[in-house]
Ligand binder design. Structure first.
Ligand code: FRU
Length: 326
């Protein structure tokens, strides 16, 4: 029989403002709707590490049964996550990592592999020679460090491919347009821009268009969301050359958390699969994601119906009971 003990999961989200994080949270809630006995408290740090530290402390003080955390930057977030872990709170690290191995489970794709695939792709579209710019994710996050590491390792295999610059910045807060325009004006021979996510790619495309470089410069992104102006859409429109599909892991994080709480077997390292989306497979990816979205809507509709039926039958019980005592 299924355990119905009540549990509270605290989720510390580094930032919640973008579509990728929204998709992550939606999939967490969808998965949780199968377990109404589990409460989820989400705290959004708005891309600020000290805020995230404070919020994790608050969650610890709220006596959560398990912590899910997607660390903003690895280093500053590490001690407070270790503190939770040492207090006996199981910790599921999601997407970005801390610098520590003190956690119960990890869910996410391998960001070095993301960079590696982007680097090999760059090598193949440039036929082994050309100039490249990289645009950062969030400097100090494990996603940024690892994607860069993987990218460099791959382009090392092509001695005639040069990384001209890596533009580092917190682009969710600062505008990328001005520094990129400046760079592209001084370096007129750029062939590829590797953007560590599709949101940056969208901003980079605008700059290339303004400078009349959109036919010359090719762009590679990461994420591959199936939302308007997401990676799949941009590849489909021929604006983006390729994107590396980087799954959010929301659903898997909740499943892992539930297994831990219910003392079921679980895997410590849950490495999610990634894949390249370009003109050769974008149609099928689009069709597939539309199908999944339709199925998810169907699940939500069914769940709503079940809820309604449950409410009606509970109401009827109350009425029957009321009638019988009067
Ligand atoms: C969303 C995001 C994604 C990226 C991930 C890396 O906030 O920036 O675009 O793939 O975080 O942690």
């Amino acid at each position: 029989t299924k355990e119905t003990k009540q549990y509270t999961i605290g989720f510390s989200q580094c930032t919640g403002a973008d579509d990728w994080r929204k998709t992550m949270q939606e999939s967490m809630h969808r998965e949780l709707s199968f377990n109404p006995e589990i409460r989820l408290i989400t705290k959004d740090a708005g891309g600020n590490s000290s805020q995230q530290i404070g919020q994790i402390k608050e969650l610890i003080n709220q006596n959560i049964d398990l912590l899910i955390v997607s660390p903003n930057e690895a280093k500053p977030i590490t001690p407070v996550v270790e503190e939770a872990y040492q207090k006996g709170i199981p910790v599921v690290i999601l997407d970005r990592r801390t610098d520590s191995d003190q956690y119960t489970a990890y869910v996410g794709a391998d960001n070095q592999e993301v960079g590696q695939i982007a680097g090999s792709y760059t090598g193949s579209i440039l036929k082994g020679a050309g100039n490249v710019i990289e645009i950062s994710e969030k400097p100090g996050s494990s996603a940024d460090t690892d994607r860069h590491k993987g990218f460099m390792a791959a382009i090392k295999g092509f001695p005639q491919i040069k990384l001209i610059a890596k533009l580092d910045g917190d682009w969710d807060k600062n505008a990328l347009e001005a520094p990129l325009t400046k760079l592209l004006k001084s370096q007129t021979d750029i062939d590829v821009i590797f953007c560590q996510n599709d949101r940056r790619a969208l901003a980079a495309i605008k700059v290339c268009k303004q400078l009349g470089l959109d036919k010359k410069v090719r762009l590679i992104g990461v994420d591959g969301l199936s939302v308007p102006n997401g990676g799949i859409d941009l590849v489909d429109k021929g604006i983006l050359n390729a994107t590396i599909l980087y799954p959010t892991g929301g659903e898997e994080a909740i499943r892992t958390a539930i297994a831990i709480l219910q003392k079921q077997p679980f895997k410590r390292e849950n490495r999610l699969q990634i894949t390249t989306i370009d003109s050769t497979n974008v149609r099928i990816m689009k069709l597939q994601s539309e199908k999944v979205a339709a199925q998810q809507l169907d699940i939500e509709r069914r769940q709503k119906k079940i809820e309604e039926q449950r409410a009606i039958s509970e109401n009827q019980n109350v009425i029957i009971w009321t009638v019988s005592i009067t």
